[in-house]
Design a protein around this ligand. Structure first.
Ligand code: GLC
Length: 462
């Protein structure tokens, strides 16, 4: 019996090895990857910019889809587009003041309109009253402020004649059709449309974007349907493997998001980071050791939406930023400039409020991540802890400022040597609690003038 057991175990182990072998496109070790992503994981905080013709209707960047608008009907926005206030230097200054270290601009969104001067289409900014390559100016302005630059590029295209109509297209099948009718509709409407030509168009445009504007730090490709979806598009539709190879060939250091959908085909390196979109802070967890960035809007839409009023307040925005850092992820916060090319007053107000906090507290965000387990605080305290592995300092973010000024850190005895507020380096005295295990910090009764004050702790391991 025993003599059979060993070969049997060996067989099981080999079978498991074969099945668990992940598919890879590139030859990069995890150390090499972490070095490539280092500036980005250190940065933690970026700006997303959704800008396109949809800023004119000013009722969501999906307006063409939502209202089933045809190319002909949508043309009026192209004709009208005239961003006379566009000055990306102002955008870059606002991003920098808010503490954002990188920015990603929609070079083309789903509507198909290109902000850049592409050779492969006339549906672009240079052919509008803008007469300018808006992407070029964006890149120059942000780089001049020391901000890393990235492009969002939509895989979907609701304007291109060869892009087949799918269930997210403005001309999608009516909801009330049955399966057979839907199939008939899609095969009829897609006659003559040729995705091979569209794939070539994408390759050409991605090549332009990654060769004509110098070093590009991030590419944000958007998006791919779930695996089972019948009338959606999948990695093969984009020629995804070829596309990602092209991207990395043209810009070896670039960081690419995961929305080509290559993980569906079993590839572990078809994208560098996962992209939890518009999730609540409670859902921001360490994502099984993957690199991640949550993308969030200030309000409910990415493109400028004049009448949308659900704007997040400073507390909510800081919750997203701090909770992301405290779980080892990034936050990219979106601004949707107006059709004239400006950040509207609500976006400006929100950015200013973040700048105010970041100016004094950014040390708890940049280069920071989740702390080693021994420093975890009980969830019931509802404070977030970040940690700088280099300086070995801890940062406690006080989302609930203790009314009596007494902050108890359970099981912290022997772990820290000094405590102070981060915003002004003022000492916070502490003593050991009667149980001999906890530390009691004495804070001022009046909360310092920050929505979320931060305590900096020197650990004894420093
Ligand atoms: C979604 C939307 C899109 C937005 C993006 C940002 O995929 O389709 O409008 O640009 O999310 O994450």
């Amino acid at each position: 019996m025993k003599s059979l057991l060993l070969p049997f175990l060996f067989l099981c182990f080999s079978v498991q090895l074969v099945f668990s072998q992940e598919k890879k496109i590139f030859n990069e070790t995890s150390q090499q990857k972490s070095a490539r992503l280092k500036w980005w994981t250190d940065a933690r905080f970026g700006m997303f910019i959704h800008w396109g013709l949809y800023s004119l209707p000013a009722r969501h960047e999906w307006v063409k889809n939502h209202e089933r608008i045809t190319n002909e009907q949508y043309q009026k926005y192209f004709d009208q587009f005239n961003p006379d206030e566009f000055d990306p230097k102002k955008w870059a200054k606002a991003a920098k003041a808010a503490g954002m270290k990188y920015a990603v601009l929609t070079s083309k969104h789903h509507e198909g309109f290109c902000l850049f001067d592409s050779k492969y289409t006339d549906y672009k900014a240079t052919k509008t009253k803008a007469h300018r390559d808006l992407v070029k100016e964006f890149v120059e302005a942000f780089r001049a402020e020391g901000i890393h630059v990235g492009f969002y590029y939509s895989l979907l295209d609701w304007h291109h004649p060869d892009y087949t109509v799918d269930d997210a297209h403005p001309q999608r099948a009516a909801e009330n059709l049955n399966e057979a009718e839907k199939e008939a509709y899609y095969s009829r409407i897609n006659k003559g449309r040729d995705m091979a030509k569209y794939r070539q168009y994408m390759k050409n445009q991605v090549t332009e974007l990654l060769t004509n504007y110098g070093k590009i730090d991030i590419l944000w490709l958007d998006w791919t349907w779930d695996k089972g979806s019948k009338y959606g598009k999948h990695p093969q539709d984009w020629g995804a493997v070829d596309l990602i190879k092209l991207v990395r060939k043209l810009q070896p250091g670039i960081i690419v998001n995961n929305r080509l959908g290559l993980d569906q085909d079993g590839y572990s390196d078809g994208g560098d980071f996962v992209t939890p979109e518009q999730v609540k802070p409670a859902e921001l967890i360490p994502f099984k050791g993957k690199y991640w960035e949550t993308c969030q809007t200030f309000s409910g839409s990415w493109g400028y939406y004049r009448d949308e009023n659900s704007w997040k307040n400073q507390h909510e925005l800081l919750d997203l930023l701090v909770t992301s850092t405290a779980n080892g992820g990034n936050l990219i916060l979106n601004v949707g400039p107006t059709a004239r090319g400006e950040f509207d007053y609500r976006a400006t107000r929100a950015l200013d409020s973040l700048g105010l906090w970041m100016h004094e507290n950014n040390i708890s965000i940049y280069h920071a991540t989740y702390p080693p387990d021994i420093y975890n605080l009980p969830e019931s305290m509802n404070e977030r802890v970040t940690y700088n592995a280099q300086t070995k300092k801890l940062y406690i973010h006080l989302f609930n400022y203790p009314e009596d000024g007494q902050l108890i850190l359970p099981n912290y005895q022997g772990k820290i040597s000094y405590a102070q507020f981060l915003h002004d380096d003022s000492e916070i005295p502490f003593k050991v609690a009667d149980n001999g295990k906890d530390l009691i910090l004495t804070l001022p009764k009046t909360q310092p003038p920050y929505v979320v004050p931060v305590i900096e702790l020197n650990t004894v391991n420093q």
